[in-house]
Design a protein around this ligand. Sequence first.
Ligand code: M6R
Length: 605
Amino acid sequence: MCGIIGIVNKTDCVKGMLTALSKLEYRGYDSSGVATITNNKIDYRKVQGKLANLKELIYNKPLAGNIGIGHTRWATHGEPSNKNAHPFVKRNCALVHNGIIENYLDIKKSLANQKIDYKSSTDTEVVAELMNYLIEDGATPLEAMKEITTRIEGNYALVFLLKNSNNLYFSRKGSPLVLGLSKSLNCVASDTLALPNHIDKVIYLEEGDIGEIGNGQAKIFDQSFKVKKNVIHDHISLQSHTSKNQYKHFMIKEIHYQSKSIDDTLLNFAKKNDNKVYLPQFKFDTKKINNLSLVACGTAFHACMISKYWFEEISKINTLVEIASEYRYRENSVNDKTLGVLVSQSGETMDTIKCLEKMKRQNINTASIVNVLGSSLTRDSDYILPTLAGPEIGVASTKAFTAQLTVLALLCIHIAQKKGIFNESTKKITNDLFTIPGNIKLILKNEKTYSDIAKDLIEAKSIFYVGRGPMYPLALEGALKLKEITYKHCEGYAAGELKHGPLALIEDSVPVVVLAPSDKYFNKTISNIQEIKARGGEIILITDKEGAKKSSGLADKLISLPDSNLLTAPILYSIPVQLIAYHLATLLGTDVDQPRNLAKSVTVE
Ligand code: M6R
């Protein structure tokens, strides 16, 4: 899918644009280009193929300028070639565009008496010619933007560089654009991942927004050209993830970061209140996918297990979830309707990479959900869906896990949308995803509750986590987190499975953490709680207001979380699970960030 960067800098912007374009490579592209303006002259370089070709071209034929636009193109109208690559440079303007202008032939017709010699077969060049014509006809840049956005139909993110102007002009409809602001430069990009490191404020443009950015200024207008004030978000630079700041450990810093990382991940792919998800465009027909193979290791595997409940209930798609080291050697069968999904924080986990190789040999489409762009998985998968958790330093995965869940939830909604099975109730739970960041902040306000629970667990020889539905894999994750950093014995089970064996281990005062929002499984879980209590187990129940009411008196300790739904519950309930493990580890004095025997990136079999 195409990528856009536009930069207004106080010094040269070409190097910054090339860096941004390399951060957009993960979206897939077949050509690239940049244009700048100096002494009121627009100049450009564009080439087919890899970004390295563009870099080489600029090395041999340098380009300079403080204001510029850049693009990675993924062909829709016209084959991948130099002539079809963006930017399209005309006498008065240069244009980069993501999306499709559906009525470009009508616009072409309306410009017929201009005797234009079109150089490409793209829809974008026609819009560049329209801007050129409007400017020559005397329109101001903003008047021209207004005229263009009323005349074009389809999906677009447009960024124009104009002669006689120190600003960039942009608009979006159906294709994301984000503004990055800082003291030294302002920019506009199709993806927050492309923003330069020192950007400290971010504005997500809304449907129909039109605007301009210049040095030290940014203005956004709505469709009736009234000045708008979009929400300004803080942007955390990559470097700031690698220092602990006021926190004692990276792990607790990363736990606290989750409201931000989930917000960033959501805003990168979806928009509040419009119930649409903007994932990079797949080249296969999503409607035709009828089974998913989700493969990962450790915590990422638990994220996949949780999402199976979502894919099967919301997207109505058969989902196989498997540990990578098993999938790799198994004689499995796939078909041309299978989508392989690989999930990994590092993108370097050997077992997961080997599964990607196997899937490629099997000739199935692959999409990877990865936190580290540029990692092996991102280089070799057909599609990349990035998590925006930022670098994760603690060996115990926390913010990457909830970001993986967020992307899996968005993928699930995307498939449901494409299959046309997206109903009112699914729309509601999609919107509820945006309540997660605020609710995480609420949970973190009560951190002491979890350190108190941890105190009571110090003496325990063995601890259990149980849950049903999506809370079952989260119970596995809770147990893994606790084992990893406290070195205590801890098991996760499906609550309904206890009676098939593990109940034998429950005796006086064995702590059992029960994860049970008041969902369709709740009453069944209550029965399992009774079974545990009857054997002397100590119940720590994590539920919501309704669950607290229904279970009155049953739990030895009760935590009530904000209300949730099928998609939001596993993400919200992750926070208590992580906090209990973290506080117990600090009380026990273990090496929280670098637990014994473990590595952050597992690059061996
Ligand atoms: O980098 P990956 O997500 O592929 O890593 C997978 C597992 O090694 C990882 O999740 C591991 O289980 C963590 N230490 C869990 O906290």
